[in-house]
Design a binder for this molecule. Structure first.
Ligand SMILES: [Zn+2]
Ligand SMILES: [Zn+2]
Length: 302
């Protein structure tokens, strides 16, 4: 197969003017598929999303038992459900989260992480459709918990400077794509929550620093719009949970009846396997301070 790279080499080795070379390259990139942006192998079909079927097939929902509240994977000693039918990780046993439940479709690694990066950092917008399909499954998993007929979908906002720079808010694109595939009563309300202050990267910060970093970053424009409403907060990734926890806190303070969280992916601290998660004998229980990382400023359970 003649690929665009071969053609450009042929042209550049002759004395073809630059504009001819650029036009030829442009034409070939439309007529002939490029390489998969994840594994680098040539794509066999033309697709709006430059990712091969094998890479997409590697993405799957989180396997094994997870905490009903925060979605973190739980060790088998915590796998039993409590009296209210919910399974809680050690952190959620001790503290109350500002959101009712957080659900993620997949683990934030491998192809799923790459796909999210393609959308977010490389502007490959067709990735939003695939990610939206996954998010719709997270919506469906939460559906039974909704109490009201219509739930407000609120994408985690970007600060206006960052949005301008990126050209879009990935959480909003993915939420819109998910709603196209979801038949429940959800109503998107992107303007309700605003990011009123820019925040630094959360990487390398302690849990205390992360909370300080987020404090005052979000605000609800019109409290009347959320008062008494159930809100489904949407983001691409749940990492430490600090961002969604701060958003949830602000929404509850503005009068929201309950806040749910759905993300495409989640950082999981514990590895899983195909059969479901079990504790290998060599693996010790996580240290309390590691779990503490996930703590939000929350009320300790009495
Ligand atoms: Zn691939
Ligand atoms: Zn939990």
């Amino acid at each position: 197969m003649v690929g665009p790279r071969i053609v450009s080499e042929t042209y550049s080795s002759t004395l073809a003017p630059n504009w001819i070379r650029r036009t030829a390259e442009g034409l070939f990139s439309v007529l002939f598929p490029s390489d998969c942006r994840i594994c680098g192998l040539p794509l066999l079909n033309i697709s709006r999303l430059p990712v091969c079927p094998d890479c997409l097939a590697q993405i799957h929902p989180i396997r094994g038992k997870v905490c009903s509240i925060c979605g973190e994977r739980v060790l088998s000693v915590y796998a039993h459900t409590e009296d209210d039918g919910l399974r809680r990780c050690p952190v959620c046993r001790r503290v109350e989260r500002p959101f009712a439940r957080a659900i993620a479709y997949g683990s934030y690694d491998g192809s799923l992480r790459e796909l999210i990066h393609l959308l977010k950092y490389n502007g490959v917008r067709p990735a939003a459709d695939v990610l939206g399909r996954m998010l719709a499954q997270a919506f469906a998993a939460l559906e039974a918990s909704f109490e009201h007929t219509t739930v407000l979908v609120v994408p985690v906002p970007l600060y206006k400077g960052k949005r301008r720079q990126r050209g879009f808010n990935q959480a909003e694109l993915v939420a819109q794509a998910a709603l196209k595939r979801y038949s429940g009563h959800l109503q998107i309300a992107p303007g309700i929550l605003q990011r009123v202050r820019d925040t630094h990267s959360q990487i390398g910060l302690t849990s205390h620093q992360r909370r300080e970093n987020m404090r005052g970053a979000f605000a609800v424009g019109c409290a009347a719009e959320v008062t008494g409403r159930e809100v489904l907060l949407v983001d691409d990734v749940y990492t430490t949970g600090t961002t969604v926890a701060e958003c949830a806190r602000v929404l509850v303070r503005a009068g929201a009846a309950r806040v749910w969280v759905a993300t495409v992916a989640r950082t999981l601290k514990l590895a899983s396997n195909e059969q479901g998660f079990e504790t290998p004998e060599s693996q010790s229980l996580p240290q309390e301070d590691q779990l503490e990382e996930n703590l939000e400023p929350a009320v300790l359970r009495q």
